[in-house]
Design a protein. Structure first.
Length: 321
């Protein structure tokens, strides 16, 4: 039996939208009843169109946003009922690597200060020891030790992302959220960063939550995949099983729309018809039914539950129940 590091139960996050003089206040239903468990040492890939709730979900898991309702347990500890010193200790174990290293690194700070800040806040070592710890972290991510006295603008995009990774690993966390970690760098650097992340995972016994629009990245890294649409999981389970044979119509459309090297022009790309409905007033029944090519009458009337459809995965679709 593998150890469960993260358990999410009925997680909901709504954002209020102010009403006008003649309209009542409404809610953006960004995350609406999400359940999953993540085992230690595994990689969970979160995929879906922009606005589906991926970033909001990880922000709530990182306690950057307070949930509307639901529970999250990290190694058995209730994350939302943790405060003070206990929360401070817990935060050391959950870190994030942001999408764009150019904006996530303070341009006025030396690399020593950027990577060393979390070490200084939590461990308070003397300066000489702090510098050595930062140098060790730079070496860990494939950068020269003397980079401690340089500024972010002196590095390429791929190198800056390595600095961001070093900062996230400064306190030896157990869970790391990777928010589009390769979207802002060139293709060659992407491959190097992915290889680095997998090496670090094995070397440091890390667990990852990977948020990405690039299905190739998800396929390379993820052990499990969660496909989100309008705040809900529509398919969840073993990554290889889902990539080999996607079950939910939305997952099929998402994979089909991914560009490949064989595509010769924009006209050859598959485009899912229609736009994502408003998260303020999502469709009744299955939220995907307004765009689904296999829609049935029941789809607009009854919301399908996320149920087990085979040994390796869950899906929420009346066609599969």
């Amino acid at each position: 039996m593998n150890e469960t590091i993260l358990s999410v139960k009925d997680l909901v996050k709504y954002f209020p939208v102010r009403g006008g003089v003649f309209t009542k206040a409404q809610w953006v239903k960004a995350v609406d009843g999400v359940n999953f468990e993540l085992e230690k040492g595994r990689v969970l890939g979160l995929v879906g169109e922009s606005g589906c709730g991926k970033t909001t979900l990880v922000n709530v898991l990182l306690k950057l946003e307070e949930p509307t309702s639901g529970k999250v347990f990290f190694e058995g500890t209730d994350l939302f009922n943790t405060h003070g010193q206990q929360l401070r200790r817990l935060r050391k174990n959950i870190q994030i690597v942001f999408q764009d290293p150019f904006w996530s690194l303070n341009p006025r700070w030396l690399i020593r200060n950027i990577i060393g800040e979390p070490i200084q806040v939590h461990l308070k070592p003397p300066l000489s020891q702090l510098v050595k710890m930062v140098e060790d972290l730079l070496e860990l991510v494939g950068l020269p030790r003397e980079a401690v006295y340089q500024y972010p603008h002196e590095f390429s995009g791929g190198q800056r992302q390595r600095i961001a990774i070093a900062r996230a690993l400064a306190l030896r966390p157990k869970l790391v959220v990777l928010d589009e970690p390769t979207s802002s760098i060139d293709a060659l650097s992407q491959a190097q960063i992915l290889s680095l992340l997998m090496d670090l995972k094995n070397k440091m016994d890390l667990t990852y939550i990977l948020v990405s629009h690039d299905l190739r990245v998800v396929h390379y890294m993820a052990d499990e995949i969660a496909v989100m649409y309008l705040g809900k999981f529509v398919e969840y389970g073993d990554a290889e099983a889902i990539f080999q044979k996607p079950a939910h119509p939305y997952t099929q459309a998402l994979f089909k729309s991914a560009p490949s090297i064989s595509v010769e022009s924009v006209n050859d790309l598959f485009i899912l018809p229609g736009n994502v409905p408003s998260a303020i007033n999502p469709p009744s029944g299955c939220r995907f039914h307004t765009r689904c090519p296999q829609v049935m009458e029941i789809c607009s009337q009854k919301e399908p539950p996320l149920v087990k459809i085979d040994r390796d995965r869950l899906a929420a679709c009346h066609l599969l129940n």
